[in-house]
Design a protein around this ligand. Structure first.
Ligand code: TRP
Length: 342
């Protein structure tokens, strides 16, 4: 392997699912990415090619991709420390995915639970082949960069397992090529629930807009949604996922934002009311998100500069990806194109 990173390398991506990242994306993923920037060599990318495995409006996709990139940067991804890029800017992802498709069993791909869930919604017949092979593209995303770890949520664990299996299989058949990456599963505490339906994960497809905190919402809207969050019967502020999921969710949000253990927060709220907790959570969330929103809007005001940053990230990503792909093409027996040396 030609490049030896000084810091261990990690790579992650997150599908932009809505008009804005939400608090669950931010606290569950982005905050952790930001924290790893000094200890690891980081690659973060926007899986826009995964996005089109389900139908997308082209204009909306472009807008959402730019907005997501801007929110990554505004949320703390430092493009001087980390490589930030779009998947579609690095053709090696699709190229490696093809090779990996050819060593993936049809049955193996059929067992991916996310495909089963997503295709069940519209009926198997309607699901695209792209959706079917989504995990193989994800394996290519990962293996191209030979990272030691992949920070993901628990829902992506099976996909990282597939990447590990494919890495081992390829290495066994063609000689040592890929690093077998570890899943770095983000901890449960970082999971944020819907404000109106606090037993369901916060997601744009959940109960409706009032359960969701978007990074790009106006601070007024954010505060109002938190103040109208569903709480639980009773009056005591306690951490109890089973019986008080609403209050527990608010405590978790406050704990993550203020870096205070939940136990200490609960002690502090003895004898106080749900309304006090909600007001504090609203203040903490708004204080954290307001500058991120402002910075995002500023970045979006200058799309040419944003595109320049992304082009820079793509060039750096390609330096790594092209070396791996050339190695893979050579190992599987493709002749080198004219003008290159094998
Ligand atoms: N499937 C991931 C998600 O839905 C996004 C993703 C695509 C990804 N490729 C990846 C994550 C590679 C980590 C590594 O969030």
């Amino acid at each position: 392997m030609s490049e030896t990173p000084t810091r261990p390398r990690v790579l992650s991506g997150m599908q932009p699912s809505g008009e804005s990242l939400h608090l669950g994306n931010y606290l569950g993923a982005l905050v952790n990415w930001v924290k790893t920037q000094d200890d690891y060599e980081n690659l973060f990318f926007i899986p826009d090619m995964h996005a089109i495995t389900v139908p997308q409006d082209p204009v909306e996709l472009r807008g959402r991709t730019r907005r997501t990139a801007a929110q990554y940067i505004a949320g703390g991804i430092d493009v001087a420390k980390s490589i930030l890029f779009l998947q579609s800017h690095v053709p090696e992802h699709a190229q490696l995915a093809w090779v990996l498709n050819c060593i993936t069993g049809f049955g193996e791909a059929s067992r991916m639970t996310q495909f089963k869930d997503k295709s069940a919604k519209g009926g198997q017949e309607m699901a695209s082949v792209g959706l079917f092979t989504y995990p193989v593209l994800m394996a290519a995303d990962i293996l191209l960069y030979r990272p030691v770890g992949v920070p993901v949520g628990d829902d992506q664990r099976q996909h990282v397992e597939l990447a590990r299996d494919l890495a081992k299989r390829f290495n066994h058949r063609f000689g040592d090529t890929f690093t077998v990456p570890e899943p770095f599963i983000q901890k449960e505490g970082a999971r944020i629930y819907d404000l109106q339906n606090p037993t369901a994960k916060m997601s744009k497809s959940a109960s409706g807009p009032n359960g969701l905190i978007n990074l790009l919402d106006e601070p007024k809207v954010t505060a109002k949604r938190i103040k109208s969050a569903v709480t639980d019967t009773g009056t005591v502020i306690a951490h109890d996922r089973e019986n008080k999921p609403g209050v527990t969710n608010l405590l978790e949000i406050l704990s993550t934002l203020t870096d205070t253990p939940v136990g200490a927060l609960v002690d502090g709220y003895q004898g106080r009311m749900y309304g006090h907790l909600k007001a504090d959570v609203a203040d903490a969330v708004v204080a954290r998100l307001e500058p991120i929103r402002a910075r995002t809007l500023e970045l979006l005001d200058d799309p040419a500069e944003l595109d320049r940053l992304l082009a820079h990230g793509a060039a750096k990503a390609r330096e790594i990806a092209s070396v791996t792909l050339a190695d893979v093409y050579n190992k599987v027996g493709f002749l080198p194109p004219l003008g290159t040396v094998a």
